[in-house]
Design a protein around this ligand. Structure first.
Ligand code: ADP
Ligand code: DP6
Length: 335
């Protein structure tokens, strides 16, 4: 047979509460610190892959559009390792649908590369363990290693290729939710990869960031165990602000904030003053995510509607790990 095809695989995006912002090994994508995230049900990627002798090059199709060669870089990291593991030489066609805006700081790379990892495993019959899948996803994009699992997940930085992977730490089946406030869904100017490189190399605060991550991680794990959302939110908001301070203090300085991001942060502070549990976090883009109680999500959503339109707001609950889906469940989105 000339073709080895996978089923459709779905992975959900994750949002970090303790941020990954810097690598100690750029080739292996080993991070400078452990990070911790929540996998969410609202944004996901469905991917299938086909290795075929009929292909003349690797191809990546996202939402029906063939991507240019530069967008294939992360994907080819995973394909090349998988080809070696499966002892095949065929090129691959990757077909993928992102139910998440691509490259807008909404973690399309995390869900995209995690779904791809599960798809190559299936196509080539590699039978990798979850831990091995997490290591392979990491080689495409660091944060993707956390999307192999659902709920709260910790990425343990490790020291080499085989011991830097994510582990599930809590199913998050308690009163926790997140509202995404989309202020822009266009592509960002500075990729995460480039932004974190600049922070590591030039921010005078980088060492302070690293040691504060260790403390934050310890504290947030304690708060998760106690199901203390207020404390979880405080630590997550502070971690995000510290990460963004590295960018403000880099040389040359840069940031992902827009005036609208700051407006959302102010709304979050007003929500707190009104007695709601609400904390913000932001990644490599201007969109803001509000950590809140699942039981208060509808009321907070309604309050946000006075400043934002429904198409700017997305409600999310904790989501599951990577899984197989039937073809008729695949969300076909054409760009
Ligand atoms: P984001 O903030 O959305 O994660 P990044 O700039 O970190 O943005 O990553 C975007 C890159 O991730 C894309 O250029 C592409 O290479 C890769 N990517 C996004 N979606 C997919 C997908 N469905 N399959 C494979 N790779 C993807
Ligand atoms: C701000 O995982 O996209 O979202 O490993 O270079 O592909 P690469 O970076 P990526 O960075 C994610 C950064 C972040 C924080 C986080 O998710 O921990």
């Amino acid at each position: 047979m000339n073709t080895k095809s996978s089923d459709w695989m779905r992975a959900y995006a994750n949002i970090a509460f303790i941020k990954y912002w810097g690598k100690k090994d750029e080739a292996l994508l080993l991070p400078q610190n452990n990070s911790l995230s929540l996998t969410l049900d609202a944004f996901y990627t469905d991917t299938k892959v086909e290795f075929s002798k009929d292909l003349m090059a690797d191809e990546l199709w996202i939402n029906g559009q063939k991507q240019e060669a530069h967008a294939l870089k992360k994907v080819q990291q995973i394909l090349d390792i998988a080809r070696e593991l499966g002892q095949v030489t065929e090129y691959a066609k990757v077909s993928s649908y992102n139910a998440v805006p691509t490259a807008a700081g909404l973690a399309s790379s995390a869900s995209g590369l995690a779904a791809l990892t599960a798809a190559v495993d299936d196509a080539l019959g590699l039978h990798l363990s979850k831990q091995e899948l997490s290591c392979l996803a990491r080689r495409g994009s660091g944060s993707a290693c956390r999307s192999i699992f659902g709920g709260f997940v910790e990425w343990q930085q490790g020291t080499d290729d085989s011991d830097s992977y994510a582990i599930p730490i809590d199913e998050a089946n308690w009163d926790i939710g997140m509202i995404f406030v989309i202020v822009h869904d266009g592509k960002k100017d500075i990729s995460s990869t480039e932004g974190m490189r600049r922070a590591v190399e030039t921010s005078p605060f980088y060492n302070a960031w690293k040691s504060s991550c260790e403390k934050d991680l310890h504290e947030i794990k304690k708060a998760i165990k106690q199901r203390n959302l207020e404390r979880v939110g405080q630590i997550a908001e502070h971690s995000a602000l510290k990460m963004h301070s590295l960018n403000f203090s880099a040389q040359p300085p840069f940031n992902y904030w827009s005036p609208e991001s700051i407006q959302v942060m102010n709304c979050v502070k007003d929500l707190r003053k009104a007695g709601y549990v609400a904390y913000f976090t932001m990644d490599a883009g201007p969109n803001v995510k509000i950590i809140c109680k699942a039981s208060e999500m509808d009321i907070i959503y309604d309050k946000l509607l006075s400043n934002y339109s429904p198409d700017q707001l997305v409600k999310a609950l904790p989501g599951p790990g990577v899984q197989k889906v039937n073809e008729d469940q695949v969300m076909i989105i054409e760009d």
